[in-house]
Design a protein around this ligand. Structure first.
Ligand SMILES: O=C(O)CCC(=O)C(=O)O
Ligand SMILES: [Fe+2]
Length: 224
């Protein structure tokens, strides 16, 4: 991974797990990962601190900070009304460009990449014991793809079907720098994180422990 002319693609080739679901290992360079980790620390000091969202009475085991729109279970708003009421940071222009590059890397469809304009990102931090249960990303009104990037410790990521959280599903290891995109017929597939593999973060990724996952989405909500 940090090696010159690494042949990691031979061990972990890119794959389309299901129509519309693309996994591109080692998509981000170590330098890009370190740069994103530095942004992650900035966002954490921002107007809205990372928080564990509550689903009913149950607190999630991941800490989340949002850009563009604030997500809480089942809804988006500009202000973090379930945290401190502050407006979330704007969605960065560079992240729109990163999202477009991701769509192009996944689909090789330049027109689809060009029109992709994510307006929210959920930035999740997973500690060694964090998990995320099987769910659909369905609080968005748009059917545009979700772009997911991972940094730090690897995780076991479970990618399922669109009908239920149960089988058939496939478990893959998402490692630092990996890209995962799900759109089209896979946009509403159930997915989750079944475990974190502590101690697997590469030394040059910029994050010593834990895992960062950034998912960009298109809310389909009006500006303002
Ligand atoms: O951490 C991941 O890889 C998935 C995160 C996720 O599914 C979500 O934020 O909705
Ligand atoms: Fe999700």
């Amino acid at each position: 991974m940090g090696t010159l002319f690494s042949e990691s693609f031979l061990d972990r080739p890119r794959r389309e797990l299901a129509p519309g679901a693309y996994w591109i290992p080692d998509w981000l360079s170590p330098e890009e990962q370190r740069w994103l980790v530095a942004r992650f620390h900035e966002w954490g000091r921002g107007p809205v601190p990372p928080r564990a969202a509550k689903i009913g009475a149950h607190e999630m085991s991941v800490q989340t900070v949002c850009l563009g729109w604030h997500w809480r279970p089942y809804a988006y708003s500009r202000e973090a009304i379930d945290v401190n009421g502050n407006r979330v940071l704007d969605f960065p222009d560079w992240m729109v460009r990163l999202g477009r590059k991701a769509i192009f890397a996944a689909t090789r469809d330049a027109a689809a990449a060009e029109q992709y304009t994510p307006d929210t990102a959920l930035v999740n931090y997973y500690g060694a014991e964090s998990r995320m249960g099987m769910h659909q990303d369905r609080d968005e009104r748009s059917v545009a793809p979700v772009v997911s990037i991972s940094i730090g410790d690897s995780c076991q990521f479970r990618f399922g079907n669109t009908r239920s959280r149960n089988k058939p599903y496939e478990d893959i290891l998402l490692a630092s720098g990996d890209l995962f995109v799900f759109g089209g017929p896979a946009r509403l597939a159930y997915h989750g994180v079944t475990k974190i593999l502590p101690g697997t973060a590469p030394a040059d990724c910029g994050l010593e422990t834990g895992r960062i996952n950034i998912t960009m989405r298109v809310t389909g909500l009006p500006d303002g």
